[in-house]
Design a protein around this ligand. Structure first.
Ligand code: ZN
Length: 179
């Protein structure tokens, strides 16, 4: 496995909508290796999610989650995800992004979602998610559409450098460390 180079904001790949994978592509060595490398890269940079465009691959897939059994976000691979809000509730919380290092901002998201996708075996999965995992899934799916969390902020008033975030805003329940 390898640690991949993470694209930073300004790289056009982050603003390019991705191509869906063909079902027959999923079980190929190239895609399976990409998934493994994305997990390793996400762990190396302590992210909670990583989308293919963030490692310069314009493909409609992302990985997310951590192995820790106490985590509300277990490891998942979602390929060609389609996200729909369930109900109208929204909530605002902090987000960060491995492609926008050193910045945090508060982002409104749907509180509850349903996501339909393929897993890494090409099996169709459908799940609901709420709160933090729902936020991570929306952040990563946005990457697949060329959208960054800054685009989703209601205002830039909360935009904060990491050092100031740690000093003034970091709490135990603070949300995404980088995704
Ligand atoms: Zn991100």
């Amino acid at each position: 496995m390898s640690i991949l180079k993470v694209a930073r904001m300004g790289h056009p790949v982050l603003r390019t909508p991705t191509q869906p994978l063909e079902l027959s592509e999923i079980d190929t060595p190239a895609i399976q290796r990409l998934i493994d490398d994305m997990f390793e890269t996400m762990r190396e940079y302590r992210g909670i999610g990583l989308a293919a465009p963030q490692v310069h691959e314009s493909l409609r897939l992302f990985v997310a989650g951590v192995d820790d059994p106490d985590s509300s976000m277990p490891p998942v691979v979602l390929i060609n995800p389609v996200v729909e809000p369930v109900g109208a509730a929204t909530e605002e919380d902090w987000e960060g992004c491995l492609s926008i290092p050193d910045l945090r901002g508060r982002v409104p998201r749907a509180s509850d979602i349903r996501v339909t996708a393929f897993d890494r075996f090409g099996i169709q999965v459908s799940m609901t998610a709420s709160g933090f995992p729902a936020r991570v899934i929306q952040h990563e799916t946005d990457h697949l559409d060329g959208v960054l969390f800054l685009d989703r902020m209601a205002s830039f008033e909360s935009l904060t450098f990491l050092q100031e975030y740690a000093r003034y805003w970091d709490k135990e329940d603070a949300a995404v460390s980088g995704a």
